[in-house]
Design a protein around this ligand. Structure first.
Ligand code: 13P
Ligand code: ZN
Length: 273
């Protein structure tokens, strides 16, 4: 191995960023992504790490992530450039022994800092790690247009968004049986949005940030990307349906619940009440 970029996780990270760009979810520097590296991946990368950069405060405390390494997108870096110049647009940060400070140990060769949403990514990694026994490793944030459009149209309630989005594609309740969380408009990059997202991520894998975008968590790149893709496609169908005069018929709550048994998923019935 000649470079961190030869490793499978790094290739997957870069490819997923590029796929997200091709979807149109990341205008300019919009959106960010993080991956909690496995211990064996961090060990393989160690020989390429530099400890010259200073430690900086995360702004909140994530003790269960102490000493862990994350591949993350750079703040202000354009998604369209990640595939062509990964080392200038992404980085690896390593947390200290308390989980209160981070250091850039690789990447952002021409300068820069990790995404401004780092506190939100790390706090939500911390919560998902705890809740899934370490299974969840990927967090993606992006600005898909139809999801954002819906936040100007529907009441900003978890139940309303879940019901409407579940209904547009039959497989939605199978893909995200717990539903979707919705937050009101908040200042992005703040500790407040980190904690508010953290409360919702305890229950859901997807949290919509009103008039801004969506935040998805998953065990791997495909699952997190697939979740965002499914929700955005469903939101697109809803916008098209609304634009054509609204629904003339719908999938009933009974029909949605009928998916639970054959697909062995626990669809949250309370979302339909
Ligand atoms: P960064 O460029 O700092 O990642 O910010 C982009 C963004 O989408 C903020 O919510
Ligand atoms: Zn954003």
């Amino acid at each position: 191995m000649n470079s961190i970029l030869d490793l499978k996780f790094a290739k997957y990270f870069i490819d997923t960023c590029h796929q997200s760009w091709l979807k149109g979810w990341n205008e300019r520097n919009g959106g960010n992504m993080s991956y909690r590296m496995k211990p064996e991946e961090a060990a393989e990368c160690e020989k390429f790490f530099s400890y010259d950069n200073p430690e900086k405060p995360i702004g909140l405390s994530v003790p269960n992530l102490s000493g862990e390494c994350f591949m993350v997108t750079g703040s202000g870096k354009y998604y369209k450039n990640i595939l062509r110049e990964p080392e200038n647009n992404i980085c690896i940060v390593k947390l200290d022994e308390k989980g209160e400070n981070y250091r850039i140990v690789w990447g952002l060769k021409e300068g820069g800092v990790p995404t401004s949403e780092l506190p939100t990514h790390l706090l939500n990694h911390s919560i998902k790690k705890e809740l899934t026994n370490g299974e969840y490793r990927v967090i993606m944030h992006a600005h898909p247009a139809n999801i954002v459009a819906l936040t100007f149209l529907l009441p900003l309630e978890d139940k309303v968004f879940t019901r409407e989005i579940w209904e547009m594609i039959t497989e939605c309740p199978i893909v995200f049986p717990a539903g979707i969380g919705v937050l009101p408009w908040m200042v992005c990059g703040s500790a407040d949005i980190a904690y508010a997202t953290g409360e919702k991520i305890k229950k859901y894998d997807a949290v919509i940030w009103s008039h801004h975008g969506i935040f998805c968590a998953g065990p791997d790149f495909d699952t997190a990307f697939g979740l965002m893709d499914t929700i955005e496609k469903s939101a697109e169908i809803l916008i098209k349906t609304m634009s054509c005069g609204g629904k003339k018929r719908c999938i009933t709550s009974e029909q949605i619940m009928a998916l639970s048994e054959p697909y062995h998923v626990n669809i949250d019935k309370t979302m339909l009440e």
